[in-house]
Design a binder for this molecule. Structure first.
Ligand SMILES: [Zn+2]
Length: 410
């Protein structure tokens, strides 16, 4: 059983302890101590970080686990520590302090949400940059409700209320009635109760600041539905909240600076750009239609007439999607026409509805000569995956059409 100094004084950054157990795996070591200032991960609060220093060795503590017995894991520098040796414990205070701010902030936030919305907090997790809670709330939470929650939470924070921890072997009934949430059946005495002024009384085994003013401020970052019942709320406190907001501001100003018009707000600039893109798309579309008309005229000039049908054959440089759109438009607008477009590893065979040909049959014959696969309808067929160059595919397709049209007209 490790003596937990962080419960006696969560502001203890340094202490002396004796090694009670050593496990070594290469450059990794796992130590147990008679007492510790390192909080083991649990209750949504991540484990502490820091250093354990001895005579001739140092451990960079990266992971702390365990309940009764606390295990300190990390990389070892120097010789192997031995049981019974005295060591110095040094906490990564910035990390711990921000965790304490976040944890205490969560108590206030959860209490305010319960007061305003009547919703229970069912989950909590601290991350290096922000935190999240889950609340049992199937209803709709509007952004103005979120802002009201945030405002009330910060009022409690700025009111600088005392945060007191009481320890009980067994909870008195009148205290049980005050609790925001029941004590988990897994918790063995001593039971730790965290009381924040008249705002919140709740059982908790984490580390907390001694007054709400130390939280600094709390910012809700994002709210979204996690399941039908649960709503997730992301938030940040203290220095982490400031860093998070600065990250957003940096993103905002960088984005605005890239705009042709740099006057805020950004959303108006984005709307302008969207409008411009739509205009360009429409312009592109009309230019394409115009290009198609000219292209159709040029192709028809060189068309080969077989039995009253004008057959257009062309090696195409545009992508298949564009070529197909052109073919459909072309045969639709020009009666008694057939078009063959052979491009980079594709062929498109299209005909005007009035022409007595099945393009699938033509394609099948082409594929039997040049390989590959494809399919389509009577009026439009498409193939690809050939072993031959587009010029060759075109020649084969033209041959197949000549033969069929010639046969039909004779
Ligand atoms: Zn707590």
């Amino acid at each position: 059983m490790t003596e937990k100094l962080f419960y006696r004084d969560p502001y203890l950054r340094e202490a002396k302890a004796k090694i009670t157990g050593v496990e070594v795996k290469g450059k990794r070591v796992r130590l147990t101590l008679d007492r510790t200032i390192f909080y083991p991960e649990g209750g949504g609060q991540p484990s502490d970080r820091g250093r354990i220093e001895g005579n001739g060795f140092a451990v960079r503590v990266e992971k702390v686990t365990g309940k009764d017995e606390v295990f300190h894991e990390g990389s070892l520098k120097g010789r192997t520590p031995e049981v019974g040796e005295e060591v110095r414990l040094l906490l990564d205070w910035e990390w711990r302090y921000e965790n304490m701010r976040a944890h205490t902030g969560q108590h206030v936030l959860s209490a305010v949400i319960k007061g305003l919305q009547g919703a229970e907090t069912t989950g909590f997790q601290i991350f290096p940059e922000y935190n999240k809670i889950e609340i049992d709330y199937p209803g709709e939470l509007k952004w103005e409700d979120v802002l009201e929650i945030e405002r009330k939470t910060n009022e409690v924070i700025w009111g600088d209320l005392p945060v007191e921890v009481e320890v009980y072997g067994e909870l008195p009934d009148e205290l049980k009635a005050l609790l925001r949430k029941d004590v988990s059946s897994k918790v063995k005495p001593p039971i730790r109760i965290v009381r924040i002024g008249t705002v919140d009384v709740t059982p908790c085994g984490g580390t907390h600041v001694k007054s709400t003013g130390e939280i600094g401020f709390l910012k809700v970052i994002r709210v979204y539905r996690k399941s039908r019942k649960l709503l997730r709320i992301e938030f940040a406190t203290g220095v982490r909240a400031l860093k998070y907001l600065n990250g957003l501001l940096e993103d905002y100003w960088n984005a605005l600076n890239k705009m042709p018009n740099k006057n805020r707000p950004l959303v108006e600039r984005v709307e302008e750009l969207k409008g411009e893109i739509e205009g360009l798309e429409a312009e592109k579309d009309s230019l394409r239609r115009e290009l198609w008309e000219w292209k159709a005229k040029a192709l028809l000039k060189d068309a080969e007439e077989i039995g009253g049908v004008r057959v257009v054959a062309h090696v195409e440089s545009s992508p298949m999607k564009d070529a197909q759109a052109f073919s459909i438009n072309f045969v639709d607008k020009n009666p008694e026409t057939v078009v063959i477009l052979a491009g980079q590893n594709y062929v498109i065979l299209a005909k005007n509805r009035g022409v007595g040909l099945d393009m699938r049959e033509v394609l099948r014959e082409v594929l039997s000569r040049v390989g590959g696969g494809g399919g389509g309808s009577e009026t439009l067929a498409r193939g690809g995956g050939f072993k031959e160059r587009p010029e060759k595919v075109l020649e084969v397709a033209l041959g197949a059409i000549r033969e069929r049209l010639g046969r039909a007209s004779s």
